[in-house]
Design a protein around this ligand. Structure first.
Ligand code: GLU
Length: 296
C-alpha cells in the first residue's frame, strides 16, 4: 500500500510551519490511499517531553497515524547494516576534516560551490592512522556523480549537487541524510512530503537510496511559513504553537481552520478534504505569518 510520513525532530514544540507541513503530509498520504507514519527524529537535539507535546498537538489537529510513532534511537541496527553494506563495497571513507579545513581547501575543478573538496578521499592507510590519533573520523560516501535529479510533485524535475556527503558523524551518530533514507526504506515509506528547506537534500538522499537498493520515494516539498521578516517561522515570533494560540483564545479547531485557509482549503472534516485533495491547486509561495490582515 505504501506510506507517507511526518518526521519531526523532538527539539521543541511544533510551530505553525511544522503543523502545516504535517497536515499536508497527512493529506498527501490519505488522499492517495497510503498509510501515514510518524517518526521521531531523535538522533539529534532531543528535548525531554517534546515528543509527547508534538504527538499531542498533531492529534489535537485531528491527524491520525498508523501504529505507534517510532524513534530513530530505537532503529540503530538499520543504520549499522546500511553502513556495513556501503563499507563492504568500498563506498565509504574516513574524513578528518574540520569545517574550517573544508572552508579553506581549494575546491575541486567542476565541483559545485560548497561541495566537499575531496581532501580525505585518497588518503593512504598510513596517513589515516596518523590522523586518527588527533581526531575521530567521520565517514563520507564515495560518490560517482556530481549531481542527481529527483521528481517533485510541486517543483517538477529538480537537480542538485551531490558531493561526498557525511553518512556517519565523527561523534558516531548516523547523519541525517543516511538515517532518513534508511528509515524511509525500512518503514515502507514511498512518499516524502516535507518543507521545501529540504528540497536540496533530496537528490543526495535519492542517490543514496539507489546505492542501498531502495526505491526512491515520490517527493513533495511544500512551501514554508515565514515570519514578517521573511525568515523561517520560529518560536520567538510570538504565538506560533498550539499552546501559545490556546492562550490567545484560539483552540486547536481554530488553528486547523487557519492552516486550511492558508492552503486555500475549506474548514471541512479532514476525511472529506482528503477525498477532494488536489496538490496542483496548492499555493506555491510561502505563507506569511502573522498575516498582515490580522492587524497585529
Ligand atoms: N526531522 C526533519 C525536520 O524536522 C525532517 C526530515 C524529513 O522530513 O526528511 O526538519
Amino acid at each position: 500500500m505504501g506510506a507517507g510520513r511526518f518526521a519531526p525532530s523532538p527539539s521543541g514544540e511544533l510551530h505553525l510551519g511544522n503543523l502545516r507541513t504535517a497536515l499536508l503530509a497527512w493529506l498527501f498520504a490519505r488522499s492517495t490511499g497510503r498509510g501515514f507514519l510518524l517518526r521521531v527524529e531523535d538522533l539529534d537535539r532531543a528535548r525531554a517531553g517534546a515528543e509527547e507535546e508534538q504527538l499531542r498537538d498533531l492529534a489535537a489537529l485531528g491527524l491520525d497515524w498508523d501504529g505507534p510513532a517510532e524513534r530513530q534511537t530505537e532503529r540503530l541496527e538499520g543504520y549499522t547494516d546500511a553502513l556495513d553494506s556501503l563499507r563492504s563495497r568500498g563506498l565509504l571513507y574516513e574524513c578528518f576534516c574540520t569545517r574550517r579545513d573544508i572552508a579553506e581547501a581549494p575546491s575541486a575543478p567542476h565541483a559545485a560551490p560548497g561541495a566537499y573538496p575531496g581532501t580525505c578521499r585518497g588518503l593512504t592507510e598510513a596517513q589515516r592512522q596518523e590522523r586518527r590519533a588527533h581526531r575521530p573520523a567521520a565517514l563520507r560516501l564515495r560518490t560517482d556523480v556530481v549531481r542527481f535529479t529527483v521528481a517533485d510533485a510541486l517543483h517538477g524535475d529538480y537537480t542538485a549537487a551531490v558531493d561526498d556527503f557525511v553518512v556517519l558523524r565523527n561523534d558516531g551518530v548516523p547523519a541525517y541524510n543516511l538515517a532518513v533514507v534508511v528509515d524511509d526504506a525500512l518503514q515502507g515509506v514511498d512518499q516524502v512530503v516535507r518543507g521545501d528547506d529540504l528540497l536540496s537534500s533530496a537528490p543526495r538522499q535519492a542517490y543514496l537510496a539507489g546505492l542501498l537498493g531502495a526505491a526512491v520515494p515520490a517527493y513533495a516539498h511544500v512551501p514554508l511559513v515565514l515570519n514578517r521578516e521573511g525568515r523561517r517561522l520560529a518560536k520567538r515570533d510570538g504565538s506560533v504553537t498550539l499552546a501559545d494560540l490556546a492562550r490567545d483564545g484560539v483552540g486547536a479547531a481554530g488553528v486547523r481552520g487557519l492552516l486550511l485557509d492558508s492552503l486555500g482549503l475549506p474548514d471541512a472534516p479532514l476525511a472529506e478534504l482528503a477525498d477532494a485533495f488536489d496538490p496542483g491547486s496548492l499555493p506555491r509561495e510561502p505563507w506569511l505569518y502573522p498575516p498582515l490582515t490580522a492587524g497585529r
